[in-house]
Design a protein around this ligand. Structure first.
Ligand SMILES: [Zn+2]
Length: 120
């Protein structure tokens, strides 16, 4: 992979990471507003609970995403980004652009999906 391509993926990951963090900071601010509704009727409170738990699930997912981004970024700093974790082959740039967190080359990915019967 060319250095410029690597840098553009790195930039994308850093931007994605800060977008996730900003979104979650927004959530914390919004959450403060919920206290204003503390005297609202029960139905309304129930709705807020649903919203909070939905947002919480997004946060769980975001946490996983941030871990994946951090892993990809640390691979970049170690120079091992884009290597298949199974066979060590270089993962194609097209694949990495589409899926920057890909840990396996297409061959290994397909082999694993066929063998174990579940996608990663
Ligand atoms: Zn492989």
């Amino acid at each position: 992979m060319r250095k410029t391509e690597l840098q553009s993926i790195e930039q994308k990951l850093i931007l994605q990471r800060s977008a996730i963090l900003n979104k979650n900071i927004d959530f914390m601010h919004n959450r403060k507003d919920f206290s204003l509704f503390s005297k609202a009727d029960e139905a309304e409170i129930a709705n807020h609970d649903i919203e909070v738990s939905m947002t919480y699930q997004i946060q769980e997912r975001d946490r996983e995403l941030i871990m994946k981004i951090d892993k990809a970024l640390s691979k970049m700093s170690h120079g091992s980004f884009g290597e298949c974790e199974s066979c060590g082959a270089e993962i194609t740039t097209g694949r990495l652009n589409a899926r920057p967190f890909a840990e396996l080359c297409i061959e290994c990915q397909e082999e694993q999906e066929e063998g174990k019967g579940f996608p990663i």
